[in-house]
Design a protein around this ligand. Structure first.
Ligand SMILES: [Zn+2]
Length: 438
């Protein structure tokens, strides 16, 4: 699965129609969620049946394409499943009880309710919301794909306008030639001091997008607040200021994404195995003193892209538990206590390293040992039988290549972009977590 995004410039009356479609999708979502809350124990079937009832009851719901209504129900199901999942896994803290949405920004169609023009430069929405025909702006060429490969179409409202996304059923691995093995493995330690430090001694400084933009953002935010009138309908000037503020944020988040993507791709291209810490960023952001810098750095984005590119280019990505990686000596394994402010690792064995490079080495070691132990009994016997049948013709290194790519595909399943699409439920009728226990 993979996503192509195009900007569109709807006319004012089309904007109204799109906003109404989005609004309707949100209405369905919230109604279905309310129904689930009020009727303990109802499952998927009842929720879909309730959706059908809503379509009969409200004309504006009926006007939205029926599959688009279904995706709204699927969104609720996803939230519910996630909540049950978190409870089952006993994740500490809040479990994410599904909440009502009041600021939905998108509506998602499946394979009906829209039609592409002959040259695929225009899309027409054909349901009764009357969005009509939109020109797809940009250089993305949809002619490259089969229409049947387009499984979802989504209209998104952002601070700087409207976009149409196409979710295309295509294995990203099929779109690229496998890279020539670099014969290198690397451990990556992310930190507050650097964006990351790797076991090869490279250090990537933190991009201070947010900090740089901070003054501007604060100024825009102050202007917005000044125009806010408590208990009144907000003025046109308030909304102008609010949009300006939102656009500035959007710019920063795009810069951040671009950066994470670029750095991740570089690491994947120049290594065959990448090990990194399985950090609990959510827990760390709760620490107020670290919060701004952590969310600024964007590790989760970075990790998402690492795993995506790892899958795409058939490289191994391993997340290792973050335990004592910065304290232990990467040379002799002895624990050398140091506080956050101690930047250099000095061990009695004579090993002197930058704190984060030492950690990166530990992470690489852990990563390598994890990979060595992940082969299940069945998998091992498979390897042994392959070895037995390869009558001396098989070079052991190609076999290792096979194992690595096997693992790469099992470790990584989706691109960070696709998370919002809930790809896992698009093709099967059983959303994850829904199959047995409900
Ligand atoms: Zn040592």
């Amino acid at each position: 699965m993979f996503v192509v995004e195009c900007k569109v410039k709807p006319k004012p009356q089309q904007i109204q129609a799109i906003d109404e479609a989005i609004q309707t999708s949100q209405f369905v979502r919230n109604k279905v969620l309310r129904y689930w809350m009020d009727n303990r124990g109802v499952g998927k079937t009842e929720l879909f049946r309730y959706n059908t009832r809503l379509r009969k009851e409200y004309k504006f719901v009926d006007d939205l394409n029926s599959h688009a209504c279904q995706t709204a129900v699927e969104r609720v199901l996803r939230a519910i499943n996630k909540f049950f999942d978190n409870c089952k896994k006993k994740i500490p803290g809040k479990k994410g009880y599904p909440r009502f949405k009041k600021n939905t920004r998108s509506v998602e169609y499946k394979v009906s309710g829209w039609k592409l023009s002959e040259n695929r430069k225009h899309i027409t929405f054909t349901d009764k919301k009357n969005i009509g025909k939109l020109k797809l702006i940009g250089t993305k060429d949809l002619n490259y794909y089969q229409i049947e490969q387009i499984k979802r179409v989504r209209i998104i409202r952002r601070a700087d306008g409207y976009y149409v996304q196409f979710s295309i059923q295509l294995d990203p691995r099929d779109t690229v030639e496998p890279l020539i093995p670099s014969q290198k493995a690397v451990g990556v330690d992310v930190g507050l001091k650097y964006f990351y430090a790797d076991s090869q001694g490279n250090i990537e400084p933190i991009p201070q997008f947010y900090r740089k933009a901070e003054r501007q953002l604060n100024r825009a935010n102050r202007k917005k607040s000044k125009k806010f009138r408590k208990g009144h309908k907000q003025s046109r000037n308030y909304h102008k200021a609010r949009c300006r503020y939102a656009r500035k944020h959007l710019r920063v988040s795009r810069q951040r994404e671009e950066f994470a993507k670029r750095k991740a791709l570089r690491l994947i291209q120049s290594n065959d195995l990448i090990a990194y810490e399985d950090l609990n960023v959510k827990g760390m952001v709760k620490n107020r003193h670290l919060a701004l810098s952590i969310s600024d750095v964007g590790w989760s984005l970075f990790r998402g892209w690492l795993e995506y590119f790892g899958m795409k280019y058939r490289k191994v990505t391993v997340a290792v538990p973050s335990h004592n990686t910065s304290q232990n000596c990467s040379n002799c394994g002895q624990k050398v206590q140091k506080s956050l402010s101690t930047r250099t690792h000095v061990c009695s064995c004579g090993c002197i390293l930058d704190r984060d490079v030492n950690a990166a080495l530990n992470i690489l070691q852990k990563g390598l040992s994890t990979v060595g132990h992940t082969g299940s009994k069945a998998f091992e016997s498979e390897i042994l039988s392959t070895l037995a049948t390869a009558n001396g013709g098989e070079d052991p290194s190609t076999l290792i290549g096979v194992i690595l790519s096997e693992q790469a595909s099992s470790v990584n399943q989706e691109s960070p972009r696709m998370r919002g699409w809930g790809v896992s439920i698009i093709y099967s009728d059983n959303p994850p977590g829904d199959n047995n226990d409900q």
